[in-house]
Structures are given as C-alpha cells and as structure tokens.
Design a protein around this ligand. Structure first.
Ligand code: SF4
Ligand code: SF4
Length: 465
C-alpha cells in the first residue's frame, strides 16, 4: 500500500522561468526546479495524495517516482501525518541561542560636522538635544565592562569575532579620546588582544573629512583597526546629501581623507554608501571609485526609519532591485556587498540566517554620557537603554538583551509562512518598534528586501545549472 504524502508547510513555490518553476524549503533552504508539466502534480501534493495515485494519474511522466524521491530527500514532501512544527523546533534549538556579547559601540561624539538630512542618529534626537562627547573616564569603565563580559559569553568567547566600534555622529570629532582608548586597550588588555588575534577588531565609520596625517598614521599602524569612509557615489550625488553644516559639499574633503590614509599605508579601507533618491540609480558608479581606490569592501545601507521620516515600501522595492543589480555587476569584479552576501551565503550554504543585526543579543551600545543600550539608533531618546555604565554590568543576565535575542523570524509566527523565513534574519527591531510600537512586529520595510533577494537567489542558481 502506498503511503499518504503531502507537500510540507515550509515548501514555497516560485513560478515561471523558461518552462520551469521552483519548490523551495524555507527552513532546509533546499530548492528543486521542476518543469511546468509537474505543476499539477504539485497542486495535488498540496491536498495530500499517494505515489501510486500520482503514478497512475500521470502515467506519461516517467520520472515521477524520481521527482517525489528528490522532493522527499529535501524535506519538501512528507508523510501526511508529519508534524511540520517539529522541524521549526529543531532549527530553533540550533540557531536561537542565549545572548553572547561580541560588539561594543562607543558613541564617542553624537554631533557631526556634516548635515546629512538622512542621518538616523541626528533624526532621532529629541528637540533641544545638546550634543555630547564621551569622556575617557566613561570609555575606560565601558572597556573594562566589555572585557569582563566577553569571557562570560556562553557561546564561546574564543570562537567569535569581537569588535569595538568608535561611532558617532562623527567619531573623529573626538579623536583624542579614540587615541586614549586604543592606547589603554593596548596597554591594559595586551595579552587578551594578542590571544584573540584576528578575532579582535577595532573599527570606525567616518565621513572622512577630518582625516589628518596624524589620524591616518595612527590607523595605518594598526592591522586590527578597520576604517570605513562614507561615500555616496561620485561628487555630484555625494554632495547633494552630504554637505558640511555651511552647505558646501564634502566629497573633496572625504576623498582627501581617503588619499591621506592611502599615502600613510592603510591598505584595507572600506566604503559605506547610504542609498537615497540622490544616488539610487547610480550605484554602479561605486565600482568606478573601487577601481581607483581598491576598497576592502563596499557596504550599501538602505535608509532606516527615523522618528521624523519613515521609509516607504516604494523606496524599498526600488532599493532592493538596485541592490540586486549592483550585486550582480560587482561580483564580476570580485566585490561582494555585505548585506546581500549574508543572505547569499545562507542560501548557498543552506544554513539559516537567524539574525541580521548584532543588536539582537550580541551588541552593547554606550552613549557619550555613559548609558548602556542595545541599539545606537535609540541613543538620543535613550530608548532601549537600561543602565549606567559600570564594570560589573552583566550583559548575559540583562532582560532587555535577552528579549532582543529572542527576536528572530524563527520565533515570530507572522514569519512562519514567509518564503524568506530561513534567510531573512528579521531586519531592524528598532524600526519595528518605531513603526508599530513593538520589536515583535515585522519590519515590513525590510521584508521587501529579503523576499526580493530570495527570489533573485533562486533564479540566479537556476541560471547557473
Ligand atoms: S536594531 Fe535596527 S537600527 Fe538598531 S542596530 Fe539593528 S538594524 Fe541598526
Ligand atoms: S521579517 Fe518579513 S521577510 Fe523576514 S521572515 Fe518575517 S515576514 Fe519574511
């Protein structure tokens, strides 16, 4: 007697390319491409059927047993009585782990010498906010607290990458502090840093305009100090959105900073590009900059919601499309954009990407006045900030951090039937809170990007078979 079988809950269909459609498993991340002639068979499998029945009904389709065997191997076809939620539980056990500290953001200055109107830090500041600079006393306590917590990481302190970000506003407005902190780290935590080797990084994202010879030498002398410069493309588009406070464009000064870094021997410099209407149709021009300056990586940042300016779905559709076009072009030159790459890696390696942001249980942010929180976007209004910096603060026992760590599509019933469940990571929790008042709501702005990327990945794979 033939077994009753059906399509499992996690199977998602992508229709129509060159006479084929795709059946994709949103948790195993397996994909099977089938000719359209099997479409009716799949429809019957959604209802539940038997192999005997299918063989009789589609007697002209000689490969039917083979196709069912392949669908079963990938978990796409299961016995009718299968409990599909068991697989979700298994995946959760592997991928939803307790919080584990990896990243510390020190907001060393929350003001800036530029006036970019899309800045998510400045646009989330309360009215009449007075900007601040971090003191060495605050930074030192934060560093001591960070190192005490690193060794407590239940996920294995040695294996994970650990990064201290010097962040702003414009962090180089407080370079004096950065220098003091780095020297303190190199003196006080010399052994730990040497033991961590490549796993320990310091990092800065800067607008580049304040880079002097002294700063460049300081950065270039350290192999574990990463630097990214914000450039939105060629001069005209960059200057439209990234002017100095006096209105003058900042491109020339940013490029000057980049060149000083190069002259002083800094080899690995990254480019960080924010995508808005000024450059959305010109992303390939970033590759011209890459050919000239040889960036270590190019990261594209879609706008995030701010208290003043929510991002529209129309914008996200366009960004998603342009990012895919850019990714396709850039990979021909061996350049892999990070945000797209995280999903691509998950898809190719068939490994669930449960979180797309370190704020979800792996990151701590210290504001200039020494308040601790999970996400730098909340720095101004101190949203999701919960303690004053103290060397005894226990990251791994904090309830806000524990809740954020749980926020993954694997724990969000709204996501269970989404094709992108396994590769998405859930987008931005802070944006979800801003839009809907809860980190547990779906970041629907980001959904557009995840789903569009998944569909592209499926058909990109097909085109390479
Ligand atoms: S929660 Fe959102 S704004 Fe905060 S760090 Fe994550 S992606 Fe960025
Ligand atoms: S956040 Fe959106 S795209 Fe991601 S899994 Fe949930 S519903 Fe799908």
């Amino acid at each position: 007697m033939s077994q009753n079988i059906r399509i499992c809950r996690w199977a998602k269909l992508f229709s129509g390319k060159n006479g084929y459609f795709a059946v994709f498993h949103s948790l195993n991340l397996e994909v099977v491409f089938l000719e359209q002639k099997f479409r009716e068979m799949i429809e019957l499998l959604f209802l539940g059927t038997t192999l005997d029945f299918l063989t009789r009904k589609f007697e002209k389709l000689a490969e039917i047993a083979e196709v069912i065997a392949e669908l079963s191997r990938c978990g796409l076809v299961v016995p009718v009585e299968n409990d599909d939620l068991t697989l979700l539980d298994e995946k959760r056990k592997i991928h939803v782990l307790p919080p584990g500290l990896e990243t510390l953001y020190l907001i060393v200055a929350d003001d800036c010498n530029l006036a970019c109107d899309y800045c998510f830090i400045l646009n989330n500041m309360p009215e009449n906010y007075r900007s601040r600079r971090m003191s060495f006393t605050t930074a030192k306590v934060a560093i001591d607290m960070y190192f005490r917590n690193l060794v407590r990481n239940p996920l294995g302190y040695e294996k994970l990458r650990k990064t201290i970000y010097f962040y702003g506003g414009e962090p180089l407005l407080n370079f004096r502090l950065i220098k003091q902190v780095v020297e303190y780290l190199e003196h006080q935590y010399k052994d730990q840093i040497s033991e961590m080797g490549e796993k320990f990084r310091m990092s800065i994202v800067t607008n580049g305009t304040l880079i002097s010879k002294e700063i460049a030498q300081f950065v270039a002398a350290r192999g574990n100090f990463d630097i990214a410069i914000s450039l939105d493309g060629q001069e005209e588009s960059h200057n439209k959105k990234r002017p100095f406070i006096n209105g003058k464009g900042s491109f020339e000064k940013a490029i000057r900073g980049l060149e000083i870094l190069k002259q002083e021997g800094k080899k690995e410099i990254s480019l960080s590009c924010t995508i808005a209407d000024h450059n959305i149709d010109e992303l390939p021009s970033l590759l011209d900059l890459h050919r000239k300056y040889g960036f270590a990586s190019i990261n594209l940042n879609p706008l995030v919601d701010t208290a003043k300016d929510p991002v529209s779905k129309k914008y996200m559709w366009k960004v998603s499309k342009r990012m895919i076009e850019y990714f396709t072009l850039a990979r021909e030159e061996g350049v892999y954009e990070d945000r797209m790459m995280r999903k691509t890696k998950s898809f190719v390696e068939k490994k669930i990407h449960a979180y797309d942001c370190q704020a979800l249980g792996a990151q701590l942010v210290c504001s200039p006045d020494g308040q601790l929180g999970v996400c730098h976007e909340g720095t101004g209004i101190k949203q999701f900030f919960f303690a004053t910096v103290d060397k005894d603060f226990d990251f791994h026992k904090n309830t806000v951090i524990a809740e954020w760590k749980q926020r993954t599509p694997l724990n969000m019933p709204q996501c269970y039937d989404c094709p992108a469940l396994g590769i998405c990571g859930g987008g931005c929790a802070y944006g979800s809170w801003l839009r809907n008042g809860s980190i547990w709501s779906v970041d629907d702005r980001f959904c557009v990007h995840s789903r569009t990327t998944l569909e592209w990945l499926v058909w990109d794979l097909f085109s390479r078979l």
